[in-house]
Design a protein around this ligand. Structure first.
Ligand code: ADP
Length: 531
């Protein structure tokens, strides 16, 4: 039968050519009782070339004379698999007539030819691939060795620097025990805290090698966040004021005091980012913002940002940020000192804590570095330190019935605790609808109303309340709590008859003063003219 005009599939010449001009060496062997000693029936030209034998020589040889599959167990296993599955691919070494060892990948098949079973083996010379693999392995080993050497160097250097630093700290401690003027004491305290920070930086270097080696461990303990913040801001404020710039900071007043996480790592990241902001700013100011957004029960998203009015970073320079030992200005004559490790460590630490770090910057205008990390918190009052100045709460003259309409969980809990600390009785509802329904059941002295709420927002709820027939409801003072402190929103708020507007983050003294003023004036009116 012919296949078109050109080829006859039974044409022996065609098969002879295909066989001899294949890419790989081909061996056809009988299957004897001992496969490695079985007779060779045919080989192709490539096989002869590969091993340096003539066809006649190879036909007189057995497989064991030209191949080493491995030790006895490996060899038996390969033969057993071949006999069982009728095919097997394995690696072996073939020997040439010259005694050269040639690594090969061999595919053996058991096939039937003229009712006789034979083994067809196709051997590919993988010398080149093996060489590349070997080179890669050596390069990997060399890189690992270099990395280990670098880590060791870093850890040794950190140790060497830490020792004298501990000496400095110790001497400062000793001097602090002497009789000192207030000023001297302050200076020494500051020097001590700088030494401590330096020790921390050295520890960072150690940390870096630990992170590199995947050996960094995170702590998860309860800590007073305001204490950490005080330390961080205090430290950098001094440095900043020496340069004639201010460090302003704002914390969402509803921010929990007790956090659960790794205080040291959090402090380390804040320190680095604020430190950089101070370092790269000559005029203007630095603004640090700390806030949160709610994620789940007991876990919030800690949000930090620091904005400076410094030198800024161009798009081109941005490529070098967050890379080990990399500084935007790498020249030896560069103006600013530093290790170029801070941002890398910060990024890795933030990522280890499950968060993200970002940067926005314009050359010559300044930068904003920010990060978020999920963080546990504890609102249990037993754990709230009384010394906390941020959350000092006044007491209401009289007990007040307060309803808080607020959808954000952390704000709900924090405000409730605050108001209860002041002696208020607080009910919390999630939105305008729930507020309207609770107002029909209970009389309140004041309503605290978030503006943005799902289902029914604050504006609509207030409008409905003011249009109600029952004056004991329609006349309850309403304080709007709003994220927008813009004039048009304020107008809307007063248009629908709310009595005051407190922008978030709230200012605690103003917040309590407003509540008291409104609630008591209403109380007085109610007492004078009972409805
Ligand atoms: P360094 O110890 O050199 O400050 P970092 O990793 O903290 O190391 O910062 C790397 C580089 O990123 C800095 O050398 C600087 O070029 C750039 N950089 C970091 N923060 C700022 C910033 N706030 N403003 C401008 N450039 C910055």
């Amino acid at each position: 039968m012919s296949n078109g005009d050109k080829y006859d599939v039974y044409d022996k010449e065609l098969y002879r050519k295909l066989f001899h001009h294949a890419n790989d060496a081909i061996f056809v062997n009988e299957i004897g009782d001992i496969p490695l000693q079985s007779k060779c029936i045919e080989v192709n030209e490539v096989a002869c070339k590969l091993l340096g034998y003539t066809r006649d020589e190879l036909l007189r040889m057995t497989p064991e004379m030209v191949i080493d599959i491995g030790n006895e167990t490996e060899t038996n296993q390969i033969i057993e698999n071949l006999l069982r599955d009728h095919r097997n691919t394995y690696e072996a070494v073939m020997f040439s007539k010259e005694g050269e060892r040639i690594p090969c990948e061999i595919s053996s098949h058991i096939i039937e030819v003229k009712e006789k079973r034979v083994v067809l083996s196709v051997a590919r010379n993988v010398t080149h691939r093996k060489k590349i693999e070997e080179e890669q392995r050596k390069a990997r080993e060399a890189a690992e060795l270099a990395s280990r050497a670098k880590s060791e160097f870093l850890s040794n250097m950190s140790h060497e620097i830490r020792t004298p630093l501990n000496g400095i700290s110790g001497m400062i401690d000793l001097t602090l025990m002497d009789d000192l003027s207030e000023r001297q004491r302050e200076n020494l305290e500051l020097a001590k805290s700088c030494a401590k920070t330096l020790v921390k930086i050295i520890n960072d270097v150690l940390d870096f090698s630990k992170i590199e080696a995947g050996k960094m461990v995170l702590e998860n303990t309860e800590f007073d966040f305001y204490k950490v913040l005080d330390k961080v801001i205090g430290l950098h404020s001094v440095q900043a004021s020496q340069k004639g710039i201010v460090v302003e900071y704002s914390v969402d007043p509803m921010f929990p005091q007790m956090l659960i996480g790794d205080a040291g790592k959090l402090q380390q990241v804040m320190n680095n980012l604020i430190g950089n902001a101070v370092k790269f700013t000559e005029t203007g100011k630095i603004v640090v913002k700390i806030s949160k957004c709610f994620v789940d029960e007991g876990v919030m998203q800690f949000m930090f940002s620091v904005t400076d009015s410094g030198i800024g970073i161009s798009d081109e320079e941005m490529k070098y940020l967050f890379q080990s030992f990399s500084q935007v200005d790498g020249s030896i004559t560069r103006k600013y000192g530093g290790t170029g490790l801070g941002l890398v460590i910060s990024k890795r630490l933030v990522e280890m804590m499950g968060g993200e770090i970002r940067v926005e910057s314009h050359k010559g205008k300044g930068s904003t570095f920010s990060f978020t990390v999920p963080c546990g918190f504890n609102l249990n009052p037993e754990n709230q330190k009384e010394t906390n100045s941020v959350l000092t709460v006044p007491k209401f003259k009289d007990s007040l019935n307060i309803v808080l309409a607020e959808d954000e969980k952390v704000n709900q809990i924090m405000m409730k605790k605050l108001l209860e600390k002041a002696g208020g009785k607080v009910d919390v509802v999630q939105n305008g609808n729930e507020l309207l329904s609770i107002l029909n059941k209970k009389i309140y002295d004041i309503i605290l109303m978030d503006i943005q709420m799902p289902e029914m927002g604050g504006i609509e709820a207030a409008k409905t309340i003011r249009s109600m027939d029952k004056s004991e409801i329609s006349q309850i003072p309403i304080v709007a709590l709003t994220a927008y402190a813009f004039e048009q929103d304020k107008e809307k708020i007063f248009d629908v008859g709310m009595n005051a507007c407190i922008p978030k983050p709230i200012n605690i003294p103003v917040f309590f003063e407003t509540i008291e003023k409104l609630a008591y004036s209403k109380k007085q009116k109610t007492d004078d003219f009972p409805i």
